[in-house]
Write a protein that binds this ligand. Structure first.
Ligand code: ADP
Length: 653
C-alpha cells in the first residue's frame, strides 16, 4: 500500500496564515539572530523511491512553523518514519542537519531536499540551516526486561517467529534496529512458492513444462546423494501422472524439493560443491503450503493467479493481494500487536548473552544510546536477515563470483549488514554456505532496486544486450542469468515487452511496484516506442538489430524451440505495440550463507549440536538454498522457518 495522500500536519506548532504579508525582508536576520523568512506557505517536491514527494512548509518571520507531506507514492510502513520523523525533527530543531532514517534513505532525502527548496523560496539561508545542530536528544535510561522469547529483527522471519511464539503462549519482545518494521521483506516482490492444487488447477500443463517434467525420468538417483529417494518418489509420481492422461498442471512437494536442490547445487571457484540440506529442503517445500494457510488464517489474502517469478522454474508462485511484500509485514504486525508482542523499534542487538552454554538473552542499544538488556527464559530467535548491504562482508566471504566489487549496488535495505551472523558466530554457531551470494539479474543499474520497470511472468521476458541481441535462456536460474548479464557490454541489458507482456499499462497508470509508468519513461528507466525500430533508435542499438532478434524469437515461439539458448517455456509472441524496454543490470540480492540450523530452526554449533536456547530463521541462516535460491523460495522460507523458530523457542525448556 502506498501513501497516496499522506497528509498529516507534522509539526505541533500552530500554522500561520498562508502568504501573510512580508514582515522581514528576504535573507535578513531577526533581532534574536535566528534565521528569517518571508512568511507564508511554500511547496516543493523531492525525488523519492517512487517519484515525487510533495512537501508544503509554512514559515513565520523567524521560524519553520509546520511541514506537511502531501501526495506521494512511497511505500507506507517503510517510509512512514521518514515522512513523519524528518519533518518533526526539522521543526523541533529548526535545522536541516537531520539524519536520514535508516531503511528509508530516499524518502528522507526527498523530504530534506523539498524542505530546503521551500526554505530557499522563503528567502532563508539553506546552508546555515544545514550547519545548525538540532537540540541534542538526551541518552535514554537503561532498559531491562525479562520475557520468554526475544526475537531479533522485524522483517518477515522475525515477525512470523514472534506471532508463532505468542500463539504458543510465550511472552515475546521483538527488537528491530530500524525505525520501522519490514526489512528486506517489505521491499521484496512478495513472491511465495507453494504447491497449491486448488489455485494451480487454472494453470495449463504446456508442452515445454511437460518436456521439463519428463526430463526428470532420465535422471539417476545415484547422482542425487541423500536426495535419491526424493527423486525416486518424484519419478513414480510423474509416471502415474503420464499414465493418467491428465492435462492439468503437475506439481508435488517432491518436485519443488528436487528443483530447490538442483537450483541450489553449485560448485564455487575453489571447487567446493554445495547443495541444500535434505531435511531443511523437505521442511521448506512441505511446509510452504501449510504456512500459506497459516498466513491466510491470520488474515493475509492471496490472489487466485499463479505465475512463475523469475528463476522459480515452475508455475507455483503466489502473490498476496497487497502491494509487493507489504502484506506479509502489515498482517503479521497486526497479529503480533493483538497477541501482545512488545515491539521495540530503533533498538539494535549487539550481542547474544550466553551462560553455561545456553543462550539466555540479548544486549542491545537504542537509537538514543540507551543500553538494553533482554533476558529470555525460553529462547532467542535470530532473524536479522542477510549481509547484502555490507560490501566488506560480501567481499570477505565470496568464493563464487569472479569479482564482488564493493561498489556493486544492492536490492537490500541499508540494515542488511549481517549483524546476526557475526553475533551468532560469537555465540558458537557454525556458519554455512558463506561463499555464495545471489545476484538479482534484473535490477536498476544505479539504485540496484528491484522496482522501476515493466515485465511479466518469467516465460514472457526477453532479455537483449546493448547490441539488441539475446544472450541467455530467460527462464533459467538467477545465477545463470546474472552471470550471463555481467558478460554483456557494461553489464547492462534490456527486458523487452510488448503492450500485453508489459501488463497493458495505460497513460497515468502504475506498475506492480506502484511506480508511475510515465515517470519511469520520463527518467529513461523504461523506453517506450510504437515500433521496435523506435526502441532501437531511443536506446542507440544498431538499426535493425532488435527487430531481427524479436522476429527470430517470435519464430522460436511458433516452433516451440530456441536453438540459440534452449528456452522452452515461452509466453506469447511480442507483436502488440507499443513496445517497452526496461534497462537492467545485476545487483546483490540474497546472501545465501549464514547460521547453520536444523529443521526445528535450532542453531547448530561446529559439531552439529543444537545450542540450547538459540534459534534462527530467514536470510540470516544458511544451508537451505545452498549456492543459489530459486525465485519465490525466500518468502516461503522465512514464513515456514520463522513460524517453526517461534514455536520451537516457545516450547523450549
Ligand atoms: P528476513 O527476510 O530474513 O526476515 P529481513 O531483511 O526482511 O530478513 O528482516 C531482517 C530485519 O532485521 C531488518 O528489519 C533489519 O533492520 C533487522 N536487523 C538487522 N540487524 C539487526 C540488529 N542488530 N538488531 C535488530 N534488528 C536488526
Amino acid at each position: 500500500m502506498k501513501n497516496n495522500a499522506f497528509r498529516g500536519l507534522i509539526a505541533g506548532l500552530a500554522c500561520v496564515g498562508i502568504a501573510a504579508a512580508a514582515l522581514v525582508g528576504c535573507g535578513t536576520v531577526d533581532s534574536a539572530g535566528t534565521a528569517a523568512y518571508t512568511p507564508g506557505t511554500y511547496t516543493a517536491v523531492g525525488q523519492g523511491n517512487f517519484g515525487d514527494v510533495e512537501v508544503s512548509v509554512t514559515f513565520s518571520a523567524t521560524k519553520i512553523v509546520s511541514i506537511t507531506v502531501g501526495e506521494n507514492s512511497e511505500t507506507s510502513g517503510l517510509s512512514d518514519p521518514a515522512l513523519e520523523g524528518i519533518p518533526a525533527a526539522i521543526v523541533k530543531g529548526q535545522t536541516l542537519a537531520v539524519d536520514t532514517v535508516s531503511g528509508a534513505t530516499h524518502s528522507s532525502e526527498a523530504v530534506l531536499t523539498a524542505v530546503a527548496d521551500c526554505v530557499k523560496q522563503a528567502g532563508g539561508d539553506v546552508e546555515a540551516l544545514k550547519a545548525k545542530k538540532g537540540a541534542k536528544t538526551a541518552k535514554g535510561a537503561r532498559i531491562e526486561k525479562s520475557v520468554d522469547v526475544v526475537v531479533v529483527g522485524g522483517g518477515g522471519a522475525g515477525l512470523a517467529a514472534a506471532v508463532s511464539a505468542a500463539q504458543s503462549g510465550a511472552k515475546v519482545v521483538l527488537i528491530e534496529k530500524a525505525s520501522a518494521l519490514g526489512g528486506n521483506t517489505i521491499r521484496a516482490g512478495g513472491a511465495y512458492n507453494a504447491v497449491d492444487p486448488a489455485r494451480q488447477k487454472a494453470v495449463k500443463m504446456t508442452a515445454p513444462l511437460l518436456g521439463d517434467l519428463k526430463s526428470f525420468l532420465d535422471m539417476d538417483e545415484k547422482s542425487f546423494g541423500e536426495f535419491g529417494p526424493t527423486l525416486a518418489t518424484l519419478k513414480g509420481q510423474i509416471r502415474d501422472y503420464l499414465a493418467s492422461g491428465s492435462t492439468a498442471l503437475f506439481d508435488s512437494v517432491e518436485l519443488h524439493a528436487i528443483q530447490t536442490y538442483l537450483g541450489g547445487k553449485r560448485v564455487d571457484l575453489e571447487g567446493h560443491e554445495i547443495h541444500g540440506n535434505l531435511e531443511l529442503v523437505k521442511t521448506l517445500t512441505s511446509g510452504a503450503p501449510e504456512a500459506l494457510g497459516w498466513l491466510e488464517s491470520l488474515g493475509l489474502t492471496f490472489r487466485d493467479e499463479i505465475s512463475t517469478v523469475l528463476g522459480a522454474l515452475w508455475p507455483r508462485t503466489h502473490g498476496s493481494t497487497y502491494h509487493v511484500g507489504t502484506g506479509f509485514i502489515s498482517v503479521l504486525a497486526d497479529n503480533a500487536a493483538k497477541l501482545g508482542v512488545e515491539i521495540m523499534l530503533d533498538t539494535k542487538a549487539d550481542e547474544v548473552i550466553v551462560q553455561k552454554g545456553r543462550v539466555v538473552g540479548v544486549k542491545a542499544t537504542k537509537a538514543d544510546g540507551a543500553s538494553v538488556v533482554l533476558k529470555a527464559s525460553k529462547g532467542v530467535v535470530m532473524a536479522t536477515g542477510g549481509y547484502g548491504a555490507n560490501p566488506e562482508m560480501r567481499a570477505k566471504y565470496n568464493t563464487y563470483w569472479p569479482s564482488m566489487p564493493l561498489t556493486m549496488p544492492t536490492t537490500n535495505t541499508a540494515n542488511a549488514t549481517g549483524d546476526g551472523i557475526v553475533m551468532g558466530e560469537k555465540a558458537g554457531a557454525k556458519l554455512i554456505g558463506m561463499g555464495f551470494v545471489q545476484l538479482m539479474p534484473s535490477s536498476h543499474p544505479v539504485s540496484g532496486a528491484l522496482s522501476g520497470g515493466l515485465w511479466g511472468s518469467a516465460e514472457s521476458q526477453v532479455f537483449v544486450n546493448k547490441q539488441g541481441k539475446r544472450f541467455v535462456n530467460e527462464y533459467a536460474e538467477r545465477d545463470v542469468l546474472a552471470s550471463a548479464a555481467l558478460k554483456q557490454t557494461d553489464g547492462i541489458f534490456y527486458i523487452i515487452c510488448d503492450q500485453d507482456s508489459a501488463g497493458n499499462p495505460q497513460p497515468g497508470s502504475k506498475n506492480g511496484w506502484g511506480d508511475d509508468v510515465d515517470t519511469l519513461i520520463k527518467n529513461h528507466d523504461v523506453y517506450k516506442a510504437d515500433t521496435l525500430a523506435g526502441l532501437e533508435q531511443q536506446i542507440g542499438m544498431p538499426a535493425g538489430s532488435l527487430q531481427a532478434e524479436i522476429a527470430k524469437y517470435n519464430g522460436y515461439i511458433a516452433s516451440g524451440a530456441d536453438p540459440d539458448f534452449g528456452k522452452r517455456n515461452f509466453g506469447a509472441p511480442l507483436v502488440k505495440p507499443p513496445f517497452y524496454a526496461t534497462i537492467r543490470s545485476p545487483s546483490v540480492h540474497h546472501t545465501m550463507g549464514g547460521l547453520a540450523i536444523d529443521e526445528l530452526a535450532r542453531v547448530l554449533d561446529a559439531s552439529g549440536k543444537a545450542i540450547p536456547g538459540f534459534y534462527a530463521a530467514g536470510e540470516v541462516t544458511g544451508g537451505i538454498h545452498a549456492g543459489n535460491r530459486l525465485g519465490g523460495n525466500a518468502i516461503a522460507d522465512i514464513m515456514v522457518f520463522g513460524r517453526i523458530a517461534g514455536a520451537s523457542a516457545a516450547s523450549s525448556r
